[in-house]
Design a protein around this ligand. Structure first.
Ligand code: TRP
Ligand code: SF4
Length: 365
């Protein structure tokens, strides 16, 4: 039986081939070499897409396109979220105009987070870390779902005519009023950059985790059937999720499972030292049979974030499987480079805090 993806429940998504088989997500493979200047694509961390062909052709021919994504302002901004920051930054350098929303209506409806708290989190955690990661505020539009322009709300309401109740049920399973409003709001997030006064019809790329695919399918379906408006169905790229440091899910509600980008570097380093590795039960066995980097969160950290040099990464991998690398020393190296990275990142964050607040306070009507 086909399982449903649920964007609001923390299902553990780990079988990416199944997503490709069951949901029609296309493999990203052929772009690994075409966009090899981006490690998340080159290393297959961005594993799948919908309609990326169109975006790729716009990149290569220098035509206009948009990157749109949304953030759920709950909890701290951690290394799992950094992937989206890297994606925004990369496509911004490849000519995308950037639209980013803080999904404070969704976090209020689905998680009960007060709007004022969501605003603070969006600014102090998300926007600050985005800017510190090198995303430029030039050609970036940022808004809160609760405080934006009239055509966006009109669009959201008009879209309610498209999906039937049964279609929504087929996508999301059990429905609620909150889920319906959240998903239509997200559809408006993704489609409104194509409104006539806001840039017009053009390809829009949504980078996200595979848990968001139900929203993408809904929005693409609406775009194809919409008659009041003329939309190109949005494209999407999907990245894999990092495992939590303790071996389970990386989750905002469990600080031991993640490294937040603004946390004390020494505390973060300690988390690495007690992270779950792919090491063997004993030193002897490790030397004899080698470790298992593919099951190691320390290796994963290097793969996703810390070791951008492929040769260096491949050295870690081979030394590990050949038993020439032992976990204690390996973790220490990783912890040191994480500390260095965090310190540098936090210096930048200190400089852009005011700017983040300024962007969030801009009047948008
Ligand atoms: N639902 C997304 C999440 O849970 C947040 C979001 C809101 C979003 N609007 C969006 C993501 C538009 C991508 C595109 O994280
Ligand atoms: Fe992981 Fe390093 Fe141990 Fe290999 S040696 S299992 S990469 S910590």
């Amino acid at each position: 039986m086909k399982e449903k993806l649920n964007p609001w429940e923390s299902t553990d998504i780990s079988d990416y081939d199944k997503l490709i088989q069951n949901f029609g997500i296309k493999p990203m493979q052929k772009y690994c070499s075409k966009l090899d200047d981006f490690h998340l694509i080159r290393r297959g961390i961005i594993f799948g897409h919908r309609d990326f062909e169109k975006i790729f052709s716009h990149i290569t021919s220098g035509k206009k396109y948009v990157l749109m994504t949304g953030l759920m302002p709950s909890g701290r901004f951690h290394l799992g979220h950094k992937m989206v920051a890297d994606e925004i930054k990369y496509f911004q350098t490849k000519g995308a105009k950037i639209f980013v929303c803080a999904a404070d209506i969704e976090s209020y409806l689905m998680r009960g987070i007060p709007l004022a708290e969501a605003r603070q989190t969006a600014v102090e955690e998300y926007l600050t870390n985005y800017l510190a990661s090198g995303i430029s505020m030039e050609n970036l539009t940022f808004w809160f779902q609760s405080d934006y322009i009239t055509p966006y709300y009109l669009l959201r309401d008009m879209l309610a005519r498209r999906p039937t109740f049964n279609e929504l049920k087929a996508i999301y399973g059990q429905l609620s009023t909150e889920k319906i409003i959240s998903s239509l709001t997200q559809a408006a997030d993704i489609l409104h950059p194509q409104l006539p006064g806001l840039g017009g019809k053009r390809p829009v790329l949504v980078p996200c985790g595979a848990d968001q695919d139900p929203h993408i399918r809904l929005t693409r379906d609406i775009a194809k059937r919409e008659t009041e408006y003329d939309f190109t169905p949005p494209a999407a790229v999907y990245h894999k999720f990092m495992k939590g440091l303790t071996g389970g899910k990386m989750s905002s509600s469990d600080p031991k499972s993640y490294v937040a980008l603004l946390e004390e570097p020494e505390v973060a380093a300690k988390k690495i030292m007690s992270a779950k590795t792919g090491g063997r039960e004993s030193l002897d066995l490790q030397k004899k049979e080698g470790g298992k980097p593919n099951e190691c969160v320390v290796y994963e950290l290097c793969l996703y974030h810390l070791t951008l040099d492929d040769l260096e990464l491949s050295r870690v991998y081979h030394e590990c499987v050949e038993g020439k690398r032992l976990c204690g020393e390996c973790k220490k190296q990783c912890a040191d480079s994480l500390k260095k990275y965090l310190k540098q990142h936090q210096r930048k964050a200190g400089k852009v805090r005011g700017l983040a607040e300024e962007i969030a306070s801009k009047k948008r009507c």
